[in-house]
Every structure is written in structure tokens, then in C-alpha cells.
Design a protein around this ligand. Structure first.
Ligand code: 13P
Length: 249
């Protein structure tokens, strides 16, 4: 079964209303790529305005709480994202696993809450530099999958993003062979944990220093179904060529 390519921009903590023009330009330039699904995940403050500026575009959050509501100052619940028109959310990004101490169990609860709210989910995994250097990257990532994959899910609504921490924002990228080996191992693990049908239907994205120059090669690696892009998703000039590279495959 052919999986549609999926290219998602994670704006992280970047962007004010002035950036909506850029989002409009991105969606306008990529809406004709029929073979590629494109989404942007801006800061919470821009989700509603971005949907208003680009009706019908896929816009999502970068995190959500695992509870539907409650006394959690500063947090945003998955049903709230759905309520303002978001269609997806990223969970388990390393900047939250590491920076906010999120455990696999917490990431799993967030993913399940998001699916229950009707959102699609991008569940991030990835190893730190020391683990890669010691040869333990695949075991580390598969343990993250074991601990954070929801118990039940529709494979078309749950994607995995493999983002080696040492490649994020550094300009460093793994070799294409290492990416293919990791993605193949993730798909095999998904098959063991969720069944062959789920593994076949789920998209596995690569993230970490993806740019216009390296996108074609990375997106063409075995078991790579798309990209989760940080810095290069902030402008149409940098992001649209990545989508075009996916469309050309
Ligand atoms: P960069 O593309 O800036 O390396 O960020 C990757 C990332 O963390 C996307 O979620």
C-alpha cells in the first residue's frame, strides 16, 4: 500500500501575527501537490489565526495535555485544539521530553487524549548523541516506541517522527543508511506491537536539520514517508522546496 508523503513544519516558539503571510504563502504554494500532505504546527497563539488566514489548511499544535480539562495552569487540552480547528498535534518532541521531563507514559497519555479528541498525532522519538555514539540508538528508540505508542489507534491518524536529538538544529544529519535502518526497525517494531496492518499504514517521518538541499535524499530513504521540519519550515522560500522534493518522488 502506498503511503502518501507527509511534510510537517514545526515552528516551535517562533512566529507572531506578522508570520501569517508566510504561512499563507506556504499553503498557497503547496496545495497543488496532490501526492503530499502538508501541515504547519505554529505556537498555540497562531493556530486560530493561521486557520483563519488559510482556510482548509492542516494546522496543528506542538503539544497537548493528557487531560481533557482541569487545573493545569498554562497547559492546553486536545479538545481545545480540536475546538479551534486544529487537525493534528505533535507529542513527545525531544524538546519536551528533555526540557520538560516528559516520560514515555506521559507521551502515550497525550497521544491517546489527542486521538480521542479527533486529532491526528505525530509522535516523536529519537536518541541523544551519546546513545548514537555508543551504538544503542535503535534499542533506545524502540524502547521509546514500546512505552509511548497508544494502545489502540487508527494507523492513518498516527505518524511516528524519528528525530535524533543531535541532528535537531545542528546541521548534522545521519547517513541515509542509518536513517533507513532506523525507520525499518521502527516499522518492524510497530508491526510487533500494533499488527502488520498498522505498521503498513503508518507514516514514519524523519526530522533533524532537513533542508532544501538534503530533503530529496532523506525522503527517498527506505521507510521514510515524510519529514518533520523545524528551522526550514519558517519561510516559504525554505519550506516549499522540501515539499516539492517529496512531491517529486
Ligand atoms: P530542525 O529542522 O530545525 O533541525 O528541527 C527539527 C525538529 O525538531 C522538528 O520537530
Amino acid at each position: 500500500m502506498a503511503r502518501r508523503k507527509y511534510v510537517v513544519g514545526n515552528w516551535k516558539m517562533n512566529g507572531t501575527k506578522a508570520a501569517l503571510d508566510e504561512a499563507q504563502a506556504i499553503f498557497a504554494a503547496t496545495k497543488d501537490h496532490d501526492a503530499v500532505d502538508v501541515a504547519l504546527c505554529p505556537p498555540f497563539t497562531l493556530i486560530g489565526p493561521m486557520i483563519a488566514a488559510a482556510p482548509g489548511a492542516a494546522v496543528g499544535g506542538q503539544d497537548c495535555h493528557s487531560a481533557a480539562s482541569g487545573a493545569f495552569t498554562g497547559s492546553v487540552a486536545a479538545p481545545m485544539l480540536a475546538d479551534i480547528g486544529a487537525s493534528l498535534v505533535i507529542v513527545g518532541h525531544s524538546e519536551r521530553r528533555e526540557g520538560c521531563g516528559e516520560s514515555d507514559a506521559e507521551v502515550k497519555a497525550k497521544a491517546e487524549a489527542a486521538l480521542t479528541a479527533g486529532l491526528s498525532v505525530i509522535l516523536c522519538v529519537g536518541e541523544p548523541r551519546g546513545v548514537r555514539e555508543s551504538g544503542g540508538a535503535i534499542d533506545y528508540v524502540l524502547a521509546q516506541i514500546a512505552g509511548s505508542l497508544p494502545a489502540e489507534f487508527d494507523p492513518s491518524r498516527l505518524a511516528i517522527a524519528y528525530e535524533p536529538i543531535w541532528a535537531i538544529g545542528t546541521g548534522l544529519v545521519p547517513t541515509v543508511d542509518d536513517v533507513a535502518a532506523m525507520h525499518g526497525a521502527i516499522r518492524e517494531k510497530l508491526g510487533q506491537q500494533a499488527g502488520a496492518g498498522a505498521a503498513e499504514g503508518m507514516r514514519i517521518l524523519y526530522g533533524g536539520s532537513v533542508n532544501a538541499e538534503n530533503a530529496a535524499e532523506l525522503l527517498d530513504a527506505g521507510d521514510v514517508d515524510g519529514a518533520l521540519v523545524g528551522g526550514a519550515s519558517l519561510t516559504a522560500a525554505k519550506f516549499v522546496p522540501i515539499v516539492a522534493a517529496a512531491a517529486a518522488l
